[in-house]
Ligand binder design. Structure first.
Ligand SMILES: Cc1cc2nc3c(=O)[nH]c(=O)nc-3n(C[C@H](O)[C@H](O)[C@H](O)COP(=O)(O)OP(=O)(O)OC[C@H]3O[C@@H](n4cnc5c(N)ncnc54)[C@H](O)[C@@H]3O)c2cc1C
Length: 465
């Protein structure tokens, strides 16, 4: 008999999971339940008047090749675009400082640019140098916070002015709570192998240079996008799986998932459908609504997510003066701003913006603050303009602005997260056969990671149904 699988959520994780399910077993009957009226979840591209504006994520890390491979499989190879490289900055001590050349996520690998930067004091530089002789930092129960680890290796100043703005922003989590082993385990690995982070990252940089020498014509940028935006990837994926008879039910929120001996019942309002297997790809708070009675999932009750908004400002080039030549900046926590980062999108991704216009995208919302919840769109735009006027001059108003609120959208991976997730996954394997749970709340938030997690969950599920 034909086996039936339900996937909950049509974000990138859910859609990619359906793709791999069908690829591995075309005979399976797959239905996706999606509460909103569109696919993509946090991914949303806005295309109008020659602009291509990302309202959620803006690109993906090209070195995680699973997304490029999938894009090729669904016919988007010709549409892949690499970012224009340029100087990035850090706003600290009320000024923009260029990120020292040669650093990887803030960790110095070239001595000269690090010694000459004015972002770090002479004492801070000396302290960072102790990394070369310090013993590996001890972890407790297999994890440590990103803050504690880098403070111990490179000192407070390098952590606060270089590393925290770069790493903290990606995860929307306070750096002193953020789990190193759930986010950047590679740094611990390098420290162990080379006895020093600086030496380890120097090695990593040499490897990247060698890799580039193998492909001399390859673009230099680290990030990838699509000519018609990330939504075009989602639309192509949606079309691909629909052609394989995947049924996508939009505006169909799942109210409950009930586990019976042989099946799972998916309950949506008055309707109940039976499935052999279920893959949940919603944020963990939604999963908890259905499985909160099981104390094995209590961790999710304590796991918060940060609310953020992306704020887009589109200017005529006459109305804005930006003397910095680069692709954008991140902001040190010690700075007095509400925004956390800003991309000069028209410079990083020139294809997104018509000639003669300037496109800026800022992020607002930090862990623990309520700025996104407490203010209207107009107020948020004026907060963003107030902060940005510390770095550039507005000579007139923007042609238009967009505020895209993403409530509870950045899952916070605190110390011990990965161990908790492994226990939870094991509990699910033992207690709920033919059920899998995956997505951004679990092992990683990046778009290629979401695809990879979906693929792995599908492989496990297929062994059980
Ligand atoms: C502001 C921001 C910027 C980011 N920038 C980047 C970036 O540049 N690069 C990068 O790689 N990553 C970035 N990320 C991370 C990345 O966007 C996310 O991790 C990823 O999109 C999550 O995909 P997902 O499919 O797991 O979840 P989601 O996109 O959240 O999808 C889950 C889906 O489940 C649906 N759903 C919820 N409840 C129900 C229900 N009861 N019944 C049915 N359906 C339901 C939702 O409507 C949604 O469509 C960013 C994240 C944010 C918030």
């Amino acid at each position: 008999m034909t086996k039936k699988v339900a996937i909950i959520g049509a974000g990138i994780t859910g859609l990619a999971s359906a793709y791999y399910l069908k690829q591995q077993d075309p005979s399976i009957d797959v239905t996706i339940y999606e509460s909103s009226n569109r696919p993509g979840g946090k991914i949303q591209s806005y295309r109008q008047d020659g602009y291509m504006i990302e309202l959620g994520p803006e690109s993906y890390l090209g070195r995680k090749t699973i997304m490029t491979d999938l894009a090729k499989d669904i016919g988007l190879e010709q549409d892949i675009i690499t970012n224009t490289t340029g100087q990035s900055y850090i706003f600290a001590k009320n000024k923009l400082y260029p990120i020292p050349g040669g650093s990887i996520m803030g960790i110095p690998t070239d001595i000269k640019p690090f010694l000459t930067t004015k972002l770090i004091s002479p004492l801070g530089k000396l302290r960072a140098g102790l990394d070369l002789i310090k013993k590996p930092v001890e972890m407790h129960n297999g994890d440590i916070s990103v803050g504690q680890f880098f403070r111990a290796r490179l000192g407070d100043e390098v952590l606060e002015h270089l590393i925290e703005p770069l790493m903290g922003g990606i995860y929307g989590t306070n750096i002193d709570n953020l789990s190193l082993m759930s986010t950047f385990p590679n740094f611990k690995d390098k420290e162990q192998t080379f006895g020093s982070l600086i030496k380890g990252m120097k090695y990593e940089k040499q490897q990247r240079i060698k890799q580039r020498q193998l492909y001399p014509g390859a673009p230099k940028g680290q990030f990838k996008q699509f000519r018609h935006g990330l939504s075009s990837f989602i639309e192509a994926l949606e079309q691909n799986i629909k052609h394989k008879n995947v049924n996508i039910k939009y505006q169909t929120a799942v109210d409950d998932i009930i586990s019976t001996q042989q099946h799972y019942d998916i309950v949506c309002g008055d309707n109940t459908e039976q499935y052999d297997g279920v893959l949940v790809t919603t944020p963990h708070q939604v999963f908890l609504q259905w499985f909160g009675h099981d104390p094995a999932f209590d961790y999710f009750k304590t796991m918060d997510s940060t609310s953020v908004a992306t704020v887009v400002l589109a200017f005529d080039e006459q109305n804005i003066e930006n003397t910095y030549d680069g692709t954008g900046f991140v902001i040190a926590r010690t700075s007095d701003t509400d925004i956390t980062a800003c991309t000069w999108t028209s410079k990083k991704w020139p294809f997104t913006t018509p000639e003669g216009k300037v496109l800026i995208r800022a992020y607002i919302g930090k862990p623990g603050d309520t700025v996104v919840e407490d203010h209207s769109d107009e107020e948020i735009v004026s907060i963003v303009r107030r902060d940005l006027s510390k770095m550039m001059t507005f000579k007139g108003d923007p042609d238009f602005t967009i505020v895209n609120r993403l409530p509870k959208s950045m899952p916070q991976y605190h110390v011990g997260h990965i161990q908790q997730i492994r226990q939870i996954q094991q509990h699910i394997r033992n207690t709920y056969p033919r059920l899998r749970v995956t997505g951004a709340s679990f092992e990683a938030v990046g778009l290629p990671d979401c695809i990879k997690q979906g693929k792995e969950a599908v492989e496990e599920l297929l062994q059980e149904i």
